[in-house]
Design a protein around this ligand. Structure first.
Ligand SMILES: *[C@@H]1O[C@H](CO)[C@@H](O)[C@H](O)[C@H]1NC(C)=O
Ligand SMILES: *[C@@H]1O[C@H](CO)[C@@H](O)[C@H](O)[C@H]1NC(C)=O
Ligand SMILES: *[C@@H]1O[C@H](CO)[C@@H](O)[C@H](O)[C@H]1NC(C)=O
Length: 410
């Protein structure tokens, strides 16, 4: 059952006010801090009032691995694996259906219905199964006449009816796509579903997926809990790094309650090397992106599990300050990404995007740490801590590899 709505909203606001104060007083990474503070001011007036997304959502979605061939069986087994692999205990809670879960036609009352062959227990039956595991169930629809697969109807013109259906199934998350529309602006179509979801009284995380076409970072915070800033990711280095760069531009608009979304994770799908996947996960975590897994977690290998279950990297993503880290320095293919965390800590990723080994270095002044500060440097992948007095941090990196650190001022 939903907690009292007003209380959730008040809590969201309180967390935001605390976050604002901390950003202003920490002097962290300057541009990110100031942008975020200004943005939080805006948010306190405009934030979607469902109390959700105080940290980026964590979970799994069918699309990156299964595309349009999905079933209740896959979802149940994935929910089982989420728990047995230990990932649920680390915070991955949403199990999300993407496109192609429904019958082609609505029923005689105009309701969406699950594909009777692939989802014989219906979506409510599936929700009961997923909830019994302590997890949440997400669903997918589209702000057009048809979804992208063209296999099922979209919700355009049926927003209230579909929101009610989702709430009656006890759905916890809606990803809302942008195919086969009537050509009107997403800024017209998405708020209709947002209001319809609020009206149900059930807290449903609202994930806007209009692919960044109308700069949703600028209007998304009042409408959804996250908004895609880019077109779709694919399981390769070029598409992954492009998503990271395009998303970076909007860093100052992210904050508790509303997040930039560079699309779901490809870690474990086989198209990138382990070091590339480690970079993918590190940058998504630093950028406060939704950590929505996209591999078949029922059969993931050890490297995949080790990347996805790094609790120190996850803690960066889930840090209560909620400020998106960003690219702070670039020298050809050698990059430094950084951002402030709570307790005056700073997270840094040193990243070699080139194709030969290289040393990547950052001065403390690049990353918002006072020169000659006495610090501990925590390596989040090696799980080691080094005391440092020098005003620089550096690493020798293989092609496409990164190092991720938290700088802790003593
Ligand atoms: C429902 O599932 C069956 C079995 O996979 C499939 O043949 C059919 O095309 C699906 N219907 C829709 C509308 O996707
Ligand atoms: C969408 O469907 C409605 C009726 O449900 C119809 O009037 C409209 O023309 C359709 N739009 C498109 C773009 O197909
Ligand atoms: C650090 O700062 C010093 C002095 O300003 C400069 O000479 C050096 O190139 C900088 N190093 C890096 C890695 O930016």
């Amino acid at each position: 059952m939903a907690p009292p709505h007003a209380m959730m909203v008040a809590l969201a606001m309180l967390v935001q006010i605390c976050a604002t104060v901390e950003v202003l007083s920490s002097g962290g990474v300057e541009a990110a801090g100031q942008g975020a503070a200004a943005h939080f001011g805006l948010d306190r007036r405009n934030l979607l009032a469902n109390g959700l997304g105080l940290t980026p959502p964590m979970g799994w979605n069918t699309y990156n691995h299964f595309h349009w061939t999905i079933s209740e069986k896959i979802i149940r087994e994935t929910a089982d694996a989420m728990v047995s692999s230990g990932l649920a205990a680390l915070g991955y809670q949403y199990i999300n259906l993407d496109d192609a879960w429904a019958e082609r036609q609505r029923d005689s009352a105009g309701n969406l219905v699950a594909n009777a062959t692939t989802f014989p227990a219906g979506i409510k039956g599936l929700a009961d199964y997923v909830h019994a595991k302590g997890l949440k169930l997400g669903i997918y629809s589209d702000a057009g006449n048809l979804t992208c697969s063209k296999l099922q109807p979209g919700s355009l013109g049926y927003e209230e009816q579909d929101a009610k259906t989702f709430a009656s199934w006890e759905i916890d998350f809606l990803k809302y796509d942008n195919c086969h529309t009537d050509g009107t602006s997403p800024q017209v179509r998405y708020p209709i579903m947002s209001k319809a979801l609020l009206k149900t009284g059930r807290p449903i995380f609202f994930s806007l997926c209009e692919w960044g076409v109308e700069d949703p970072a600028t209007w998304g915070p009042g409408v959804g809990n996250s908004w895609r800033t880019t077109g779709d990711i694919a399981d390769n280095w070029e598409r992954m790094t492009e998503r990271a760069d395009k998303n970076d531009k909007w860093a100052s608009y992210a904050g508790p309650g509303g997040w930039n979304d560079p699309d779901m994770l490809e870690v474990g799908n086989g198209g990138m090397t382990t070091e590339e996947y480690r970079s993918h996960f590190s940058i998504w975590a630093l950028a406060k992106a939704p950590l929505i897994l996209g591999c078949d977690i029922r059969s993931m290998d050890l490297d995949t599990h080790q990347i996805l279950s790094n609790s120190e990297v996850i803690a960066v993503n889930q840090d209560k300050l909620g400020v998106q880290g960003k690219k702070v320095k670039k020298d050809g293919d050698l990059e430094v990404w950084a951002g402030p965390l709570s307790q005056k800590r700073v997270v840094v990723v040193l990243w070699n995007r080139g194709s030969s080994p290289a040393k990547v270095a950052a001065n403390f002044s690049d990353i918002g740490v006072p020169p000659f500060a006495l610090v501990d440097v925590r390596d989040l992948w090696a799980h080691t801590t080094e005391a440092k007095v020098k005003e620089q941090i550096s690493a020798d990196l293989d092609p496409h590899a990164c190092k991720m650190y938290i700088i802790i001022q003593k």
